[in-house]
Design a protein around this ligand. Structure first.
Ligand code: PMP
Length: 286
């Protein structure tokens, strides 16, 4: 069975979906997107994802082509039309096709695209082993808080990690932690969970928010503040969070073990809390 995607008002098989080459998403990378995990066919934290989509659209000065009720209906429809209980729902809006000119076109119609892929959360073995990462300089632009489709720097940084034989980069700008190429990064020092402030240098991660809420609920002290590179390099634990990876320990950084080199005690407690929270939310949605 072929994947069914949504493009500009209709559901079509993936191989039938076509956009004009003058689409500004293709020409300029001018669009925004979201990735929403769906567990047991129920979208997780969907209102938060739609709120972030609105924020991204506002940032690029593009009117939302649909209401939240329309997005909700389409997301459920897309999930129903695709196989798999756990799906990763991708949605993208670009400014549409127009004669190539940097200035915004007067009458272009936004292109709306949605697809579903299998949601591949980390295996038990990956959770128990943790991920390896390398440090890198964050040379992305100064609006990393906006989820834009122009991801060239993120692709280069992810490939840098893969070329080094590891999964992710831990990015630093001017000596301070920002995030990873496709995830947020959290630090544990002396039992306190540290998170970089939400500003223009990091994406406000939906999973990161869940993890910070769960930590607070478990009485883990949480501090949101600038984190120096030295604090990261001497951390007891490092975690990454994203919709695809959920929460995963980073157990080696630049070839050296982080803390004991194994997922730490605080990680284990929060990872378990995350799995329980997910099950609870899905039970309520069913
Ligand atoms: N930062 C970046 C750069 C990302 O690409 C992602 C994943 N979309 C995240 C953080 C994590 O965000 P979320 O938890 O909402 O998936």
């Amino acid at each position: 069975m072929s994947d069914i995607v949504f493009l500009n008002g209709e559901f079509v098989p993936l191989e039938k979906a076509r956009i004009p080459v003058l689409d500004r998403g293709f020409i300029f990378g001018e669009g925004v997107y979201e990735v929403i995990p769906a567990y047991s066919r129920h979208p997780f934290r969907q209102p938060e994802h739609l709120r972030r989509l609105q924020r991204s659209l506002d940032a690029i000065r593009l009117a939302n082509p649909m209401t939240d009720a329309e997005w909700t209906r389409l997301i459920h429809d897309l999930i129903a039309r695709n196989v798999g209980e756990d799906q990763s729902i991708y949605l993208q809006v670009t400014r549409g096709a127009a004669k190539r000119d940097h200035a915004f076109p007067k009458d272009a119609k936004p292109t709306v695209f949605m697809m579903s892929s299998p949601l591949a959360t980390p295996t038990r073995e990956m959770v128990e082993r943790g991920a390896a990462a390398v440090s890198a300089t964050d040379y992305r632009w100064l609006r990393c808080d906006v989820k834009v489709t122009s991801l060239l720097a993120n692709c280069l940084l992810r490939q840098h990690a893969l070329d080094a034989g590891v999964e992710e980069v831990v990015l630093f700008r001017d000596g301070y932690l920002t995030e990873g190429s496709a995830c947020n990064v959290l630090v544990v020092r002396n039992g306190t969970l540290l998170a970089p402030p939400k500003n223009h240098l990091v994406l406000p991660g939906i999973t990161c928010d869940v993890v910070l809420e769960l930590a607070a609920a478990k009485s883990v002290p949480v501090e949101v503040r600038e984190i120096t590179q030295d604090e990261v390099l001497s951390a007891d634990e490092l975690w990454l969070t994203s919709s695809a990876k959920e929460v995963l320990a980073i157990t080696t950084l630049d070839g050296r073990p982080v803390g004991s080199g194994k997922p730490g005690a605080v990680f284990k407690a929060i990872h378990q809390a995350f799995q329980e929270f997910k099950r609870k939310v899905m039970r309520q949605a069913a």
